[in-house]
Design a protein around this ligand. Sequence first.
Ligand code: HEM
Length: 245
Amino acid sequence: MVDVLKKEDILSRFVQVNDNDPKYLRDIILNFILAGKDPIAISMSWFIYMLCKHPEIQDKVAKEIIEATNVNEEITDVADFAARVSEGTTDKMQYLHAALTETIRLYPALPVDSKVCFSDDVLPDGCNVNKGDVVAYMPYAMGRMKFIWGDDALEFKPERWLDQDGCFHQESPFKFTAFQAGPRTCLGRDFAFRQLKIISSVLLGCFVFKLNNENKVLSYRTSINIHVDGPLQVSVSRRSGFQNP
Ligand code: HEM
């Protein structure tokens, strides 16, 4: 316990406040594993798919990655390149952040989020709900609504997330609902973007992705998460030609 008290990682912090309840700790760990693993894998699949469908955006993302990592020579070693990707470099990747967010707007890992009413209540719009009723909101539908996002709601446009200086600007979580809003908002949101940006920078800094069948339009498979339906078959080649001067 003394050693644990010295540690600052998230599990140690939960141990500090709940050291007598192994079931609680087990549930917390499971929650983090389940909540943290699948949404990242799913978002990466849709992101690669969107970049294959929009090669000009893939080039723009890659150019920003190469500039931020300050690579001056042909990339020959993925591990060497990965070593250049730090918190400082990913913070510079505003267009990448925008392109990932745009992917999650259109393909939120949790497409429907439901809750069971704990007690009788009245929703802010005056609608009555009774204890035991199920209430759901749909980030998938909300992410595609024209009255929320404008006439171009169905287009993949990372630019909608950038201000005039090219910096990412956040939308209200009540508008961009993929991570929930209010007290039960996703605890791993910043961590998710950190992971997605690291994985994307290494993959897109080093390689070009193309769909094996460029005409194929992928659909989704419904479960708790929004999986790509069927395999996402891509061919991968070494990226070249983007070195900084
Ligand atoms: C693109 C990636 C992600 C998306 C779209 C996402 C989305 C969400 C959503 C919608 C919820 C709310 C569920 C509810 O209503 O109860 C949630 C909760 C949660 N998420 Fe994420 N998530 C992502 C990544 C992550 C990661 C990487 C972690 C952790 C490492 C994480 C940890 C959690 C936890 C612990 C909760 C539960 C919060 C609570 O019950 O109060 N998430 N996430």
